[in-house]
Design a protein around this ligand. Structure first.
Ligand code: XBP
Ligand code: MG
Length: 253
C-alpha cells in the first residue's frame, strides 16, 4: 500500500464554516451596494450552493430565480464586477469578524507539519479568500504551511469536476494514492473521487444531508481529545479524533 505523504484540504465548509455568515453576507452586501433587489436568505443560499464558484452561482440565481431581471448586454462582465466587489467584502469581513476554524483542523495541520506530511489546498473559492481565512483564522504566516494552493480559476472546470485536485496533485508531483482529501460537500467528494483520492468527509451546516457515497469516513468534525467526533458513516475504530495515526490506518485499508 502506498505511503501517506500529503493531505489536501477543501476550504469552505471544511476548514471553517464560511458559507452562511461570510460568503452569503458578502454577496448580499454587494447586491445592496449595487441597488440590486437580490437578497439571498439562509435557505435560498443552501439551494444556490448546488453550484460552486461565486460567479457561476450568481448566474445560476438569475437563470433559476430571476427571469424578470433585465439582463445587461455583457452579463459576464457585469457578474465579474459584482464578484470582484464580493471578494473585497468577504476578505474585509474575515478581518473584522474572523471565522473560527472547525474542531481539530489546527491540531491536525500542526501535527502534519511536525511529521513532515505535505499540505495542500484544493478549493473553488478565490485565492484572496483563502489567504484571508488562513491569515486571520490560522496564523499570519500560515499560507506558507501549504506547499500548493489550488484555488478558483486556476482550472476551467470547478468542482464537481476533478480538475482542481488533478492540478493540486500535479503541483505536488504525487500520485493520488499518496494523499487523502478532506471535504464537506457532495460536489467536493465527487471532485476528489474523480481524481482517485481517498476522501474523508466532515459534514458542514449546509451539507449534512448530502450523499457521501465512496467516502473513507463521514464525521461531524475532525474531533479533539476533549471533543470526540461522531461517526456518521464508515468505521473509525477506537479513535475519537482524527490524527495522523488514524489517517495512516484508514489509508492502509
Ligand atoms: C466553495 C464555493 C465557493 C464559495 C464562493 O466550494 O462554492 O464558491 O462559496 O467563492 P468548495 P467565490 O468548498 O467546494 O471549494 O465567490 O470566491 O467563487
Ligand atoms: Mg467545501
Amino acid at each position: 500500500m502506498a505511503e501517506l505523504k500529503a493531505l489536501i484540504f477543501d476550504v469552505d465548509g471544511t476548514l471553517a464554516e464560511t458559507e452562511r455568515d461570510a460568503h452569503r453576507v458578502a454577496f448580499n452586501d454587494t447586491f445592496a451596494e449595487n441597488k440590486l433587489d437580490w437578497d439571498w436568505s439562509v435557505e435560498l443560499y443552501g439551494e444556490l450552493l448546488a453550484v460552486t464558484g461565486g460567479k457561476e452561482r450568481m448566474k445560476f440565481y438569475l437563470e433559476r430565480y430571476r427571469p424578470d431581471f433585465p439582463r445587461p448586454d455583457d452579463l459576464d462582465a457585469f457578474v465579474a464586477e459584482l464578484h470582484k466587489q464580493k471578494t473585497a467584502h468577504y476578505t474585509n469581513l474575515l478581518v473584522q469578524h474572523p471565522i473560527p476554524l472547525r474542531p481539530g483542523v489546527r491540531r491536525l495541520l500542526e501535527e502534519a507539519r511536525r511529521e513532515g506530511i505535505r499540505l495542500a489546498i484544493a478549493t473553488t473559492t478565490t485565492p484572496q479568500n483563502v489567504t484571508s481565512l488562513l491569515e486571520n483564522s490560522l496564523a499570519p504566516e500560515s499560507l506558507d504551511w501549504f506547499e500548493v494552493i489550488a484555488a478558483g480559476n486556476a482550472v476551467l472546470a470547478k468542482k464537481p469536476a476533478p480538475d482542481i485536485y488533478h492540478y493540486a496533485l500535479e503541483k505536488l508531483e504525487l500520485p493520488a494514492e499518496n494523499a487523502i482529501a478532506f471535504e464537506d460537500s457532495q460536489n467536493g467528494i465527487r471532485s476528489a473521487i474523480a481524481a482517485d483520492l481517498s476522501t474523508l468527509i466532515t459534514v458542514s451546516d449546509y451539507t449534512r444531508n448530502e450523499d457521501f457515497s465512496g467516502a473513507l469516513l463521514v464525521l461531524n468534525h475532525l474531533g479533539e481529545p476533549d471533543q470526540p467526533f461522531t461517526v456518521l458513516a464508515g468505521e473509525a475504530g477506537e479513535a475519537s479524533y482524527v490524527d495522523l495515526a488514524m489517517l495512516r490506518r484508514l489509508h492502509k485499508r
